[in-house]
Design a protein around this ligand. Structure first.
Ligand code: BG6
Length: 485
């Protein structure tokens, strides 16, 4: 199916998301032959001034955001011939919509992908206009990305408004973490190998850690971020999606409906954290000034230039109340301005039931580490005998199932993969409305409780978050994986 022409319309095409992520992704797809020359990349802009300059702007941004070695003058020139800017006034019912119709292919068998890189407040309106002007044909799909609501209720209002014009089967909600190669590899590891699947439950697994740490602060997004905070920005979506992929049962088939149904079951089995349990099972923090990667950086409140109780760090202990996972703690953590940029899932197996090696006081437990970034890696930590040693001395070694050696991970691009999936009508890596709702319903009471509690704990930029985060695991006799490296 790859290599079939389609029309991609990016509303807000000259904006940051489009220039930073979407257009570079399509350039890569073009160079790999997946975005074929008969396709069109239609960019909507707001007025004639922008129309005159947007192609130059896009080209400059393309050069800026491509990785070293990716930009190639001739390829970029050819690619730019597929880019067609059009003025569309989303708020008005005027002729501008007709100019969009004029550019779109009339061939109804050809996929039409509307990517809404515009503020969520106008997602519904944009869908309504597309419907009103009859641009939503049977092969049309709409793509949106968070923030999709603020809580379960506002998210439902947004989904319901869009659903008036686009069916659920036409609606693709992006969580860019699902487009990352190692995340998909997690499914391959789990369901393509007997080895892991037989060792994937409360009988063998001691606990699971899912951690996304960032070195960056909130940068130019302080205003948006302050209304969201780490729980809405990262936990409700990326972290819970990763948790679902670790914890879900095998889908009957690898198709969107089956996978998403399994994920919803996990979300519904998450033990609610309500009232004072929020204090027991969660930690929230906000960074103050410190040093990250050898550079002094400002605190959150200085960046925001205002007072705020918004959290930039979250740690949670949670349980999945079902047969497979009964009693296994899942520790979730994310934060900005932490010591190191890293996203990983660490599955720790139980200690051996009886240690037969004298002199080896504690054997390191087996661990499966799936690292998404900075490098894409899968590692298995096992114990082996130390070589050239008369005694039976054991030491931990790491088996590297290194993805970067088998393909050029430098060029793997979540957005490219996801947009091509939309064009092929493959929703397996997109979030169903029911998943989004279940995730909000779980996180809402936590955020609500925090709101009544005032300021979060402070942590120094460049640290691993508030001390309370370490204590959360220490209470269970465990520690964050990074603390041991
Ligand atoms: C986004 C969040 O969804 O993910 C950002 O809004 C965050 O705050 C980003 O920085 C992290 O994505 P990645 O792919 O860089 O880990």
């Amino acid at each position: 199916m790859l290599g079939v022409p389609f029309d991609l319309v990016i509303f807000g095409g000259g904006g940051d998301l489009s220039c930073r992520k979407l257009i570079p992704a399509m350039y890569r797809a073009y160079r790999e032959g997946h975005f074929v020359p008969e396709s069109q990349l239609i960019i909507t802009v707001r007025g004639q001034d922008e129309l005159a300059t947007v192609k130059d702007h896009i080209l400059q941004k393309l050069i800026e955001f491509l990785k070293e070695g990716e930009y190639e003058v001739e390829a970029a020139q050819q690619f730019m011939t597929l880019v067609k800017p059009v003025v569309v006034d989303i708020a008005e019912r005027n002729d501008s919509w007709e100019s969009l119709r004029d550019v779109l292919s009339e061939d109804e068998s050809r996929a039409r992908v509307f990517y809404l890189a515009i503020p969520p407040a106008i997602f519904g309106l944009c869908c309504e206009q597309l419907d009103h002007f009859g641009l939503n044909h049977a092969n049309s799909r709409v793509v949106v990305e968070k923030p999709l609501g603020y809580d379960a209720q506002s998210a439902n209002e947004l989904h319901s408004k869009m659903a008036l014009y686009f069916d659920e089967s036409q609606t693709f909600r992006i969580d860019h973490y699902l487009g990352k190669e190692p995340v998909q590899n997690l499914m391959a590891l789990r369901f393509g190998n007997t080895l892991f699947e037989h060792l994937w439950d409360a009988k063998t697994i001691d606990h699971v850690q899912i951690s996304i740490s960032e070195e960056v602060g909130v940068e130019g997004r302080a205003n948006f971020y302050d209304g969201a905070g780490a729980a809405r920005d990262m936990v409700q979506n990326h972290i819970l999606q990763l948790l679902c992929l670790v914890a879900m049962e095998s889908p009957n088939k690898l198709n969107a409906d089956d996978i998403r149904a399994e994920k919803v079951k996990v979300l519904k089995a998450l033990r609610p954290i309500v009232g004072e349990d929020v204090d027991r099972h969660t930690v929230r923090g906000q960074y103050v000034a410190g040093s990250v990667g050898g550079k002094m950086v400002k605190g959150y409140l200085e960046e925001l230039d205002a007072n705020s109780t918004t959290e930039t760090f979250v740690a949670v202990r949670t349980f999945i109340d079902n047969w497979r996972w009964a009693g296994v703690p899942f520790y979730l953590r994310t934060g900005k301005r932490l010591a190191k940029r890293c996203a990983e899932i660490m599955i720790q197996y139980k200690d051996v039931s009886h240690n037969v090696f004298p002199g080896n006081e504690r054997l390191c437990p087996n661990r499966l580490v799936i690292r998404l970034q900075p490098e894409e890696q899968v590692q298995l930590h096992v114990m082996t005998k130390q070589l050239d040693c008369q005694d039976m001395v054991l030491k931990p070694v790491t088996l590297d199932l290194n993805l970067a050696d088998t393909y050029d991970s430098n060029y793997s691009d979540a957005y490219k993969r996801l947009i091509l999936d939309v064009a092929q009508n493959n929703a397996a890596l997109f979030v169903h409305r029911d998943e989004a709702t279940a995730a909000w319903e779980w996180i809402d009471p936590v955020i609500e409780y925090w709101r009544e509690q005032g300021a979060p704990s402070l942590y120094r930029s460049g640290s691993w978050g508030p001390d309370a985060s370490d204590r959360l695991l220490a209470e269970d006799g465990k520690s964050w994986f990074n603390a041991e490296q």
